[in-house]
Ligand binder design. Structure first.
Ligand code: ZN
Length: 120
């Protein structure tokens, strides 16, 4: 199973970067977790926010956020609408379902109608 964080939205912030004090570098990124297995692909409810500065190439962790950043973050977080969680079955899952169905049907036939199956 693989899990991936996919960027859903990027918001450039006008706040001062706590590291280099530039007002043009901060970008708030919203990412959502996607899961993929052999059988399905799904979008989860997990949203991760990251703040980074593109000027000084630094990840800005909440510890060093200023009140202003905090305010903008709260606002952006409210404005952000994540993709609804979903589950998409892959072809392999359908094949497995069909095969299981067939096994069930054949078993039922063999138990209840053995003459149909040529067992009697
Ligand atoms: Zn910076």
């Amino acid at each position: 199973m693989s899990e991936k964080l996919i960027t859903i939205k990027e918001v450039p912030l006008k706040n001062n970067c706590p590291e280099c004090y530039s007002t043009e570098g901060l970008v708030l990124t919203f990412k959502q977790k996607f899961k993929e297995t052999q059988f399905y692909k799904s979008i989860t409810n997990d949203v991760v926010e990251e703040l980074a500065c593109t000027k000084c190439d630094t990840a800005i962790y909440p510890v060093s956020w200023t009140d202003d950043i905090e305010r903008v973050y709260d606002y952006q977080k409210k404005a952000f609408s994540p993709k609804p969680p979903s589950l998409k079955l892959k072809r392999l899952a359908w094949i497995v379902f069909i095969v299981i169905d067939m096994i069930v049907i054949v078993t039922i036939l063999a138990i209840f109608f053995p003459e149909v199956m040529g067992l009697k």
